[in-house]
Design a protein around this ligand. Sequence first.
Ligand SMILES: [Zn+2]
Length: 124
Amino acid sequence: MEQKKSLRFLSAQKSDRFLTCPKCNGKMKQVKVRIQDADSPVTSYQCAKCGYFDFEESSINKALDEIKAKETPLKIKQKIIKLSHDRLGMYINRDVARSLNLKGGEEVYVSVPDKKRLVVDIHT
Ligand SMILES: [Zn+2]
């Protein structure tokens, strides 16, 4: 709960370039930091005196959302298309193709691990 209180304190003062450290009342410097797997830089506040460190609430939340989005496997609802007679087909969505780096013409291995899954292995 302590953490939450200080975050609110920080976001209320975010227009200032320098903030007061909630621990020692020293001056805090605003520093943009990059977090692994997040696209947007995160605004952090660092106290030079005691080393107190905190993130600006809205920017850390944005970064956490970006990280979460990357961890979620791509899942798209698609229809199996009837090509001719007993042949069926499925389009490979642009996003799927991009995430697997498919250009067309690749050889793939199709396997059926159980009655509910179709696995396409790409060997490059
Ligand atoms: Zn401090």
